[in-house]
Design a protein around this ligand. Structure first.
Ligand code: GDP
Ligand code: MG
Length: 191
């Protein structure tokens, strides 16, 4: 049976509290079309690879979503990996980074340290994964009245790092699907 589907492991990195877990849940769980059962994921499941116990053992967590990417004209299955609270660079295992094809680098509008840490996250991802598809995301744009990062600074950071820049509000679901869709396309262009 011809049922091939692209699969991309997507990392979501950034300091604690910026909204990574919320972003992954928002993208993968809400308003998602009913997941289709397909190989090879089913084969992996059958082999016991993606069980909750396995995730706990390796100390990571991920959710999956099949996303139709118009520019590619087909579904891409994205495995979105959460750091599961292990936000210190050195506490993140090699398993987390292994095989990743894309990464969201996130910071929060209300957390200066999370913005200042962006270049380090970028360096870490590049060191572990090479030149994979990445995007810079400023989350919590609903809290602009409490902003500690100006839009100019944020845009300058994105320019300096050569990353496409998005402003998101995970809470309202603003610019969440767009980020993952962009990464799926960019990943395809880098192949
Ligand atoms: P993580 O540590 O990066 O995984 O961050 P979480 O997803 O746990 O989010 C940290 C807190 O920020 C939680 O209380 C979320 O509800 C909240 N949060 C996430 N995204 C947004 C957003 O866009 N706006 C607002 N106001 N709060 C958010
Ligand atoms: Mg989290």
């Amino acid at each position: 049976m011809e049922d091939f589907e692209r699969e991309i492991k997507v990392l979501v990195v950034g300091n604690g509290g910026v909204g990574k877990t919320s972003m992954i849940k928002r993208f993968c769980r809400r308003g998602a079309p009913a997941p289709r059962d397909r190989v090879p994921l089913d084969l992996m499941r059958a082999a016991g690879v993606f069980t909750e116990d396995y995730k706990k053992t390796i100390g990571v967590d991920f959710l999956e979503k099949a996303l139709y990417v118009p520019a590619l004209g087909e579904d891409v299955r994205l495995f979105c990996w959460d750091t599961a609270g292990q936000e210190e660079f050195d506490s993140i295992t090699k398993t987390y980074y292994r095989g990743a094809g894309a990464a969201v680098i996130a910071f929060s509008t209300t957390d200066r340290a999370s913005f200042d840490a962006v270049p380090s996250w970028r360096r870490k991802v590049t060191a572990e994964c090479g030149d994979i598809a990445m995007a810079l995301v400023q989350n919590k744009v609903d809290l602009l009245d409490r902003a500690v990062v100006s839009s100019e600074e944020a845009e300058e950071m994105a320019r300096r790092l050569g990353l496409k820049f998005y402003r998101s509000c995970v809470k309202e679901g603003l610019n969440v699907t767009e980020v993952f869709s962009y990464l799926a396309e960019l990943h395809d262009r880098k192949m």
